[in-house]
Design a protein around this ligand. Sequence first.
Ligand SMILES: *Cc1c(COP(=O)(O)O)cnc(C)c1O
Length: 268
Amino acid sequence: MALHFRRKSCRKFSFFQLFPGRGIIEGLKAYRKQNGSIILFGPEENASRLQIGAERMCMPAPTIEQFLEAVTTTVLANERWVPPSDKGSLHIRPLRFGNGPVLSVTPAPEFTFLIYVTPVGSYFEGGLKPINLVVENVIHSATPGRVGGIKAIGNYAGIMKAQAEAKTSGFSDFLYLDSVHNRYVEEVSTANVFVVKDNTISTPALGGTILTGITRKSIIEIAQSQGFKVEERLVSVAELIDADEVFCSGNAVCVMPVGNISFMERRL
Ligand SMILES: *Cc1c(COP(=O)(O)O)cnc(C)c1O
């Protein structure tokens, strides 16, 4: 009976998907407005980022229209789970992966696209309390030429141990440095980083090792429209020492202030 069950479920939802590990996630949120209507933040951007990621992983991707329709259908089917405007949001997780009985490092015979959702409050415990980060210079989240610039599922598997260690030591997350010089700030596990000094907001430039955050892009546009100077460039870890302010951005965390950063046994 057990074997029968296993074989059946294998055929329906292949467990051979795990090798060679090709998968792309997306992440976005649906918000309820005060008047009760529901809005999505940036779904077209997520659709096109999924296409870029899928292309890098040799997978066909849904069209922009298919993606938008799938997201909208999923959100509407789960409308009652979209929290009131002041309580949280509906976190939407699209997932694209290759599956089928693959034995070698070759493209998969089949692909799955699915979306799941869950209501969420604030990402970090304690709501909008500033987070504390620790600079990590042994484990890197990405290396040049690999897939740090896309939301490849394997990227997260590789940093889970580091993230767990950061949490055990009382930190919210690691702040990763570049893997070549170990000197430039990259990002945290699932969010981009910004450093404020006077009227200038600096953020690490995209270049394949930093995720092309949609919240990041929005922040840059809003900051510029508010008269801030925005610089996308190499941001050295030393700049954290005399920054006025540091914050992180991502669809999960939204915009999160950083309270302190531990670096070389110092707490800034
Ligand atoms: C998703 C993600 C971000 C933030 O991107 P958004 O589009 O703003 O959600 C930043 N860094 C990493 C590694 C991510 O996975």
